[in-house]
Every structure is written in C-alpha cells, then in structure tokens.
Design a protein around this ligand. Sequence first.
Ligand SMILES: O=C(O)CCC(=O)C(=O)O
Length: 279
Amino acid sequence: MPSFSECNVTDAEIEAYERDGVVCVRNAIPDDWITALQPAADWAQKNPGPYDGDFTEEGEDKFYGGQFMWWRNKMFHDFLMESPAAAVAAALLRVDKVQLFYDFILTKEPGAGNPTPWHQDRLYYPVTGPGADSICSTWIALDPVTIKSGAVEYVVGSHKWGRYFGPASFSGGDRYSEANVEPVPDINKQRDQYDIVSWDLEPGDLVAHHVMNVHGAPENSANIRRRGLAIRWMAGEVRYDPRPGTQPLLRKALDEGPKPQTPGEQIRGSAFPVFEQVQ
Ligand SMILES: O=C(O)CCC(=O)C(=O)O
C-alpha cells in the first residue's frame, strides 16, 4: 500500500476548506516535481490516451483534458506515489487513509476561447456511497496562473447549499441527460450575489475544493499557457454507480481500465490505490 507522511497544511487551512469548500495551499508541491510534471503534461497532450478529450469549441483544439495519465506515464505515476499530494488531501479531509480516484490535467492554451462552465463536480462522477459527497480535488498549478490566463473561480460556501446540480459538457452546448436535476444557477448573470474567490498562483501552489463546491474558469486571454493538474481523492466508502448522465470517459475508464469496476461495489484495486499515513 502506498503511504504518505506529514505535510505543511495548517489547521487554519483545514478549517478554511471545511468552512468555504475551497482553500489555497501555497507552495504545496516542491519545484522538482513541478519541473518534472511540466514536460510530462505536454507529452500527455501530444499523445492523448483513451480517457482524454478536447474541451474547446469545435476545431479550436486549445483546451486539453487528460485523465488517468498515471496509468500510462511514469512521471505522473511517480508523482502520485511519492509527492506530498496525497498527504495534503488527507490532511484536508482529516483522514489517515486516502484513496486516489483519478488525475486530470487541464491545459488551456493562450487564446483558448471557451470558459470552463460553472459546475459542481458531484454528479459528473459515476459514484455513490457515504464517501461520494466528500471527494476532494487538489488543483496544482504547473504555470503561473492569473484570472486572465484562466484561474479557476469558486463560490465560497456553495458546498453547503445542499443542492445537486446537473453536469454539463465542458465544451459547451449539451448538458448530460441527468433526469430531474436542476442546472447550476447562472452565476455570471448575478455575480454580485455570490462570494466568489480565485487566486493568482505560482507553480507548485495548490487549490483544494470540495466535490459539492460550484466553480468555473474564464477563457485564457493571456499569452501564456494554463496547465493545472487536478487530482481527485476519496475517503471512506465510494461505490461505482455508472448511471446515465455521468461523465462518459470516467465510466469508460472504470469499465475498461486496468482494473474494471463492478457496478454497486466499492471502487477498489491497484488502479485506485489507498494511501496510508506513516508516522
Ligand atoms: O481547470 C479548469 O478550468 C476547471 C477545473 C475543474 O473544474 C475541476 O478541477 O474540477
């Protein structure tokens, strides 16, 4: 079983994560990892895998999303096994065991024209069970990030609204066909009614958000790339629930990946490792 040790997350950061559903942890990932991940991210983009997609409007090809890179790239594998990322997630979740769901690289090239729509992650995920509503994402900056280059924005406290929103495709247009679920409110139309936060980031800074948090990101109108590595972490029992309306590439990965998962059963196996704290 992979392991993790202490990390530098403070009590104040843990409390902010619980209160706001989002927190920025500065300098969470050492530079050596970042400089190793940058070319790995570009390799993944040039050699897309079976669970990857382009999220831009037709033909633009400027918003790459790669999923489960660690299954096919040694650098992502080593990063997940050895870096402090698991420790940060475990600290924020206040657990001594944390399970990897998947890694997700989101690269917005300069000029990428479409925003990431406001959304809540929960119903994209084909999962259910007691741990499904507390999945934690750690979004790690691989480039300097500003609002101009597409920093993710988060609605503070939205994880406590007690509402589930229907997922929509990142490339615009179609909403997945989730029945009886309300769409996410039009946040941009009434921004002054929400407490919206985002951070300028340096490579190695990390923003963690709760699975029920509502967030989105503008287009990249800067002249530098915006590469973010989002890692999804689970605690407690999370079961595979391949219901219609969830993200199709995630279902494909769980159905056809190296360790196919059984509907209704807890997600398990070496493709979804559990990390345990060592003292
Ligand atoms: O990087 C982005 O533009 C969006 C990230 C996101 O939605 C997520 O990590 O859940």
